[in-house]
Every structure is written in structure tokens, then in C-alpha cells.
Design a protein around this ligand. Structure first.
Ligand SMILES: *[C@@H]1O[C@H](CO)[C@@H](O)[C@H](O)[C@H]1NC(C)=O
Ligand SMILES: *[C@@H]1O[C@H](CO)[C@@H](O)[C@H](O)[C@H]1NC(C)=O
Ligand SMILES: *[C@@H]1O[C@H](CO)[C@@H](O)[C@H](O)[C@H]1NC(C)=O
Ligand SMILES: *[C@@H]1O[C@H](CO)[C@@H](O)[C@H](O)[C@H]1NC(C)=O
Ligand SMILES: *[C@@H]1O[C@H](CO)[C@@H](O)[C@H](O)[C@H]1NC(C)=O
Ligand SMILES: *[C@@H]1O[C@H](CO)[C@@H](O)[C@H](O)[C@H]1NC(C)=O
Length: 495
């Protein structure tokens, strides 16, 4: 069980105990909101509370989200998106306004337990081509100055969640760790600044991505079962990639004179769909393994002790860009509508299992499917499917994914229905020329699992040949506020 540190101190003894052992107040979770149909923030806050998740990391400072967190005592890391960095870097006034609106006000009027401001999100990723190299550090400085001016700098710390690609170890041994050469000076300036201000270094570590990008990556090394051939770093054996990667950072910090800088794992997790290695079994194994790994407070070879971490992610986000890969929309330990995907013991509840979201409202049970009379060789099929997938979500179709074994009609229906549900079952969204129809009965040949609630529409296609996890099509009865980014349907083969 994780210790929780109650901020209301009853006795000095408790305070002392806490200062010794309550460095980590349990596992945190990332709460992303790029969904076509987000759950109401109050529902998500209840989900966090029901599951004993005491810390949450956000990617922006949405008013409704923060208001829902008010009074919950859940520790909050608010986020500043990368596209705001340049304005905050360029203007102290803008930073003060940001802090006043998005931090001070929520602490004072809404009783939100804001503890960190995440300035930018992985701004030095190599795919950004250096777009944020000039603005991240000045934005960090301005936000910190604004926090000081607002009298909040003891309570609220700045940090900058970085991808693990900001440091490297040329031949893979953690002890070789140092910051990437192209950003070495910048990293040192940031690290010094964090250290001077008592702020933590935040890093996102993803063994899944290593496996995804490198076909020769030793699978077992991604997990925590100790089955991998260890990496022997001058006598220290590393049995999993997380420890090795984490300690590469510790070495990089140490080498540059900041060996004691606190580290937060800003994101860690495993997706369940959209790639052959993204499945329930691996995700459960990784996340449960990580929880067991950190629960004893053993830490890593270079940093024994508790590890402060935020799982990525709480809920699936069907409107995320699939540029990184089709798995990008499937990182949640919960589905988009708050159902537990697999058994995971976070050590925070008595039952030891994930508790689903309560009082979720759905649209009617109806679907848009391919008409039985429509022909597979109709020339409109391919453009219709590609249109639907481009604007909806077909990431559960494809090699090795949960709906990868559907037949041709299944594929086409999946695409049509995804488009239809994302458009809130609008009649006009099921008008694929002579190809589609709305049905209230289970489409033939499909095994449907409809959730027990009458108002629910939850279509889990699980054809006998389809793999063991099934796939869901759905619609929540709320409209989206995010624009849908086109998905790459090129990897999906349709007749
Ligand atoms: C507060 O945060 C929101 C959400 O990230 C952002 O849209 C808004 O511009 C911020 N307010 C100010 C005054 O910067
Ligand atoms: C980065 O550069 C590459 C190649 O020049 C380009 O294709 C890509 O769109 C750029 N990305 C960004 C975020 O600017
Ligand atoms: C199911 O629907 C009923 C209304 O028909 C509602 O009262 C109930 O809260 C719903 N249950 C869930 C789990 O959503
Ligand atoms: C259905 O789509 C999947 C994923 O693209 C593909 O592998 C499969 O071959 C398709 N099935 C048929 C019968 O076209
Ligand atoms: C739909 O089918 C009808 C009758 O088969 C045909 O006349 C019409 O042109 C078709 N429409 C489209 C858009 O293909
Ligand atoms: C969603 O938005 C559209 C257009 O803004 C509106 O017509 C529709 O009624 C909304 N649906 C729901 C479920 O709120």
C-alpha cells in the first residue's frame, strides 16, 4: 500500500513520519482531454477519487476541469501547451495573467490543490525541429517569477515535462548518460534553474516506443519480470529499461553537478490497441509490473527510494493525432467512457481492482452499418471508407489490432459507424451513397455486447475470429469541443 500524506497535520509525529516516508503520495495519472466525447469533468474527478488516485497531471488549465477538481484535495499539475510558450516567453504580463487566471484564482476561489505548473509538453522532441528551443526556458522563468509575485512559489513548483530523448547514452550504459549534445547548454541552464527554485525534473519514459520503433528491441527488457538478459553497467545489473533509462538521467544530472535534483516520472504506460504490441495483456503486464516495481520504495540502482510517477493515461483519447502511430488513441487504463480495460491493482483501493466511472450517459443504441444489399465491389466503397476513417477513428482496424480480424463488411461497417457515432448519430452522418443504413438491431454476423444500460450504445464487435479483446463503437451524449484530427487510413486495407 502506498502511504498518503495528509496535508492537515494532526501531530508533530505525523508530520515527521510524513516527511520521512510520504515523499510519494501514491500513483498519479495523466488526464488528457482530446476526446470527441469527453466525460464530464465531475465524472472523471469521481473516477479518480473512487480509484484512490491522489495526483493528476493536466495538459492545459481548462476552467471546467480545474473547477471540478476543487475541494477534492487531489494534487494537480496544470499544464501550459507548447503553443503558448512564445507568448509567455515574450511577456512577463502574459505570464502574470496566466498565473492569475489559471493558478491563483483556482487556489483561492475554487480550493484546487495545485502543486505544479508544467511549462510546455516535451518541447524539445526532435520531431518539433527545434520550434520551442528559444521559448521554453524564458517561459519557465517568467512563470516562476509570476508565481513568486503571486506569493505561490513555495506551494506551486514549475517544471517542464521532457521526453527521455533529451538525454542519451551512446552505447546504452546508464553511466554514460549525458544531455543531448545539441541542447546540452540549454538543458544545463534549465536544470540549474529548477534546482535553484526547488523544482523537480519531469521526464516521460516509454519502453513501448522503444519496442515500437526497434524490431530488435528485447521484448522482456520492456517489462519488469526480470526475464531479460541484464545490462551490466560496470557491475550494476539493469533488468528493465525503465531503471536503465531513469538512471541514465540520474547520471546525466550527476555528471553536471545536480545529482540530487528530484525527478518526477511525468508519463509512463502502455497502449492497448493500434499496434501488434499494443494489447491488453502487455499493457496490464507493464502497468502492474511498474506498480509492483515502485510499491516497495526500492527505487532504481542509482536512486533508491520512492518514485513519483503519473500513469499515462487515465482515459483513451480518440481525437489525438495519430502521427506517432495508431496506438496514440489507446493509452488509457480506462476506455473513453470510463470502463476499466483490464485488471490493475494500483494499491489504492480495498478491492485491488479498477473501479469504473459512475452515471455515464450514452446516446441511443443504434448504428450505421453497410447495407446488406450493398455490394463490396461498389466503386463508392473505397472513397466512402477513406472519408469516414479520415474524419473518425479507425485505429482499431489494422494488422494485430483488436478489430483487425473483421471481414470486409465488418471493416466497412466499423468505419461508417465510427463516423456516425462521432457525429452524435446525426442522420446525415449515415448517408454513404447507397451503401449505409441505420439499424437498431444487432448487425447480422456480429456478436454484439451492449452495455446493460438502456440509454447506452456500446457496440463491441467481437466476431468469433476477431481477437480476444473485442472493440467498441459508441457515442456519449455530449458534443466535442476539440476538432478531430484526420487519422491516417493508409495502413488500413479495404476492398
Ligand atoms: C488559462 O489557460 C487556458 C487553458 O490552457 C488558456 O486557454 C488561457 O489562455 C489561459 N489564460 C490566460 C490568461 O493566459
Ligand atoms: C520538421 O521538419 C520536417 C522535415 O523538414 C518536416 O517534414 C516536418 O513537418 C517538420 N515538423 C515540424 C513540427 O515543423
Ligand atoms: C442507467 O440509466 C438510468 C436511467 O435509465 C440511470 O438512472 C442510471 O444511473 C444509469 N446507470 C448507469 C450506470 O449509467
Ligand atoms: C479488414 O481490414 C483489416 C485491417 O485493415 C485488413 O487486414 C483485412 O484484410 C480487411 N478484411 C477484408 C476482408 O478486407
Ligand atoms: C443508388 O442506386 C440507385 C438505384 O440502384 C441508382 O439509380 C443511383 O444512381 C445510386 N446512387 C449513387 C449515388 O450511386
Ligand atoms: C451537437 O452539436 C450539433 C451542432 O452544433 C447540434 O446540432 C447537436 O444537437 C449537438 N448534439 C448533442 C448531443 O449535443
Amino acid at each position: 500500500m502506498m502511504m498518503r500524506c495528509f496535508s492537515v497535520s494532526v501531530t508533530f509525529g505525523l508530520v515527521l513520519l510524513c516527511s520521512l516516508v510520504c515523499v510519494v503520495s501514491g500513483i498519479g495519472a495523466n488526464w488528457g482531454t482530446q476526446l470527441s466525447h469527453p466525460l464530464p469533468p465531475e465524472t472523471v474527478v469521481n473516477l479518480l477519487r473512487d480509484n484512490g488516485i491522489q495526483k493528476v497531471k493536466l495538459f492545459d488549465a481548462d476552467y471546467g476541469t480545474l473547477r471540478a477538481l476543487g475541494g477534492s484535495n487531489i494534487e494537480v499539475m496544470v499544464g501550459i501547451p507548447n503553443d503558448m510558450l512564445s507568448s509567455l516567453a515574450g511577456s512577463m504580463k502574459a505570464a502574470e495573467k496566466w498565473v492569475a487566471t489559471n493558478v491563483s484564482k483556482h487556489i483561492s476561489s475554487n480550493n484546487v490543490n495545485i502543486r505544479y505548473v508544467a511549462v510546455g509538453n516535451e518541447p524539445f522532441l526532435q520531431t518539433y525541429n527545434g520550434s520551442f528551443l528559444k521559448t521554453t526556458f524564458p517561459a519557465l522563468q517568467n512563470v516562476q517569477s509570476a508565481l513568486i509575485k503571486a506569493g505561490l512559489s513555495n506551494q506551486v513548483k514549475v517544471t517542464c515535462p521532457l521526453n527521455a530523448d533529451v538525454y542519451e547514452a551512446p552505447s546504452g550504459y546508464p553511466s554514460e548518460g549525458d544531455f543531448r549534445t545539441d541542447i546540452h547548454d540549454l538543458m544545463l541552464a534549465i536544470v540549474k534553474f529548477l534546482s535553484d527554485n526547488g523544482a523537480p525534473f519531469t521526464v516521460n519514459i516509454y519502453p513501448f516506443i522503444s519496442l515500437y520503433t526497434d524490431a530488435n528491441f528485447p521484448v522482456e527488457y520492456a517489462f519488469f519480470d526480470g526475464n531479460a538478459q541484464p545490462v551490466n553497467d560496470g557491475g550494476t545489473n539493469y533488468y528493465n529499461m525503465f531503471d536503465a533509462n531513469h538512471d541514465t538521467l540520474v547520471h546525466a544530472l550527476q555528471k553536471n553537478g545536480y545529482g540530487n535534483l528530484p525527478i518526477i516520472i511525468g508519463e509512463i504506460g502502455w497502449p492497448t490497441d493500434g499496434d501488434q504490441n499494443a494489447n491488453m495483456e502487455y499493457a496490464r503486464r507493464f502497468n502492474q509490473g511498474f506498480m509492483s516495481h515502485i510499491t516497495g520504495g526500492k527505487g532504481t540502482p542509482m536512486r533508491p527510494g520512492p518514485i513519483d510517477a503519473y500513469l499515462f493515461s487515465l482515459i483513451d483519447e480518440d481525437a489525438k493525432s495519430v502521427d506517432p502511430g495508431n496506438f496514440e488513441r489507446h493509452w488509457g487504463i480506462f476506455t473513453f467512457d470510463g470502463r476499466a480495460k483490464y485488471q490493475l491493482n494500483l494499491g489504492t483501493t480495498n478491492s485491488g481492482v479498477l473501479i469504473p466511472a459512475r452515471s455515464v450517459h450514452y446516446l441511443e443504441k443504434k448504428w450505421c452499418v453497410m447495407k446488406p444489399s450493398a455490394r463490396l465491389d461498389d466503386p463508392q466503397v473505397a472513397p466512402s471508407v477513406s472519408y469516414a476513417c479520415g474524419l473518425a477513428d479507425c485505429t482499431q482496424l489494422g494488422y494485430g489490432t483488436s478489430c483487425g480480424n473483421l471481414d470486409a463488411r465488418g471493416n466497412i461497417s466499423y468505419a461508417f459507424n465510427s463516423y456516425y457515432q462521432i457525429h452524435n448519430q446525426l442522420e446525415a452522418a449515415c448517408k454513404f451513397p447507397n451503401l449505409s443504413m441505420v439499424t437498431k438491431t444487432d448487425p447480422s454476423g456480429w456478436k454484439l455486447h451492449i452495455s446493460d444500460n438502456d440509454s447506452a450504445i456500446l457496440w463491441r464487435c467481437r466476431k468469433e475470429r476477431a481477437n480476444r479483446f473485442g472493440c467498441g463503437l459508441y457515442s456519449l451524449g455530449t458534443n466535442n469541443s476539440v476538432s478531430f484530427e484526420a487519422s491516417d487510413s493508409s495502413s488500413i486495407i479495404f476492398p
